[in-house]
Design a protein around this ligand. Structure first.
Ligand code: 0O2
Length: 273
């Protein structure tokens, strides 16, 4: 197979990975913009290297003409969560999407791999648009916690270093580390609701400041500049108190003032007509 042919086969997979990263990051943004906890913490992706595809085909005796059907992880997207409970929430989000058609799921959380590997895998069909038309391809989505990802990344590097034959003293350590990761995930889950509350209120403050500054900017265009400077000073004074209730009250008052100016502007435009 020529280099050019590999490129034209893999290009749509590259597009799929890029599109899905944007889409998953958007889900995260939507949650945060709406003062909601996001089960998605980070997203990454990759197209499998030609060497890795060839190795898998060789290992599983996959013929060239069945590569795209049987090598299911040419496109790979990884969704990292903070807590184990978030994994099912992300899987459910994926199951409900119309742009992804789930083909199969592998639960390495309930069925931990012998290596100690834990993760939730989904193979889904996804359509991309190319110059040659619509192409439906397969994507492997791995969903795991940050702790699981740390272990898997380290173990993957060691597999590479020892060419799949990790010496027993290292395997023992990895196995201990896998147990420690399970305890860590459980420990973090026990304070999940507290951490979620803290993160949501911190995000609420970020959104509140964004909205207040948006209102101040609008007022600056519509009203007396000196008055707006005073409003801004008052905002900075309240911001320094770190009192979210006061900030919320300030925003409500600001909304009323901004609404008044907007109404005045509409009246003015009507008079001009
Ligand atoms: P890369 O570099 O991510 O492409 P396979 O394990 O590939 O022979 P299958 O059934 O196709 O068989 O895949 P499976 O078991 O669902 O796992 C596919 C991917 O999951 C792997 O891809 C890894 O990314 C990850 N994975 C599975 N088992 C382990 C493990 O024991 N340790 C680590 N670190 N990762 C694992 P690739 O192709 O191995 O690698």
């Amino acid at each position: 197979m020529e280099i050019q042919l590999w490129r034209s086969i893999l290009d749509p997979y590259d597009l799929a990975v890029k599109e899905l990263i944007v889409k998953f990051e958007h889900i995260r943004k939507e949650h945060r913009d709406n003062d909601m906890y996001s089960p998605i913490e980070q997203v990454s992706g990759r197209v499998k290297s030609v060497a890795s595809i060839l190795e898998k085909m060789q290992r599983k005796s996959i013929p060239m003409d069945q590569m795209e059907e049987l090598v299911e992880d040419i496109a790979g997207v990884r969704v990292i969560c903070q807590f184990e409970e978030d994994i099912e929430a992300v899987a459910e989000l994926i199951r409900r999407r119309h742009d992804l058609r789930v083909k199969s799921e592998k639960d390495y959380l309930s069925h931990i791999k012998e290596s100690g590997y834990r993760s939730y895998h989904m193979i889904a069909y996804y359509k991309v648009e190319t110059l040659e038309g619509t192409k439906e391809l397969q994507v492997e989505i791995q969903i795991r916690t940050m702790a699981m990802n740390f272990w898997a990344t380290v173990e993957h590097s060691l597999q590479y270093k020892y060419k799949g034959d990790i010496p027993p003293h290292v395997t023992d350590r990895l196995s201990n580390a896998a147990d420690a990761i399970i305890s860590l995930d459980h420990e973090m889950s026990s304070v999940r609701s507290e951490i979620m509350d803290a993160q949501v209120s911190s995000q609420m403050q970020v959104n509140l400041v964004r909205d207040i500054l948006g209102d101040i900017e609008q007022l600056y265009r519509l009203s007396n500049k000196r008055e707006v400077m005073k409003i801004q000073d008052e905002f900075l004074r309240i911001f320094r108190t770190k009192d979210i209730l006061k900030l919320e009250r300030f925003q409500r008052e600001l909304d009323i003032i901004a609404e008044g100016y907007r109404a005045q502007e509409i009246d003015h435009e009507t008079d001009l007509c």
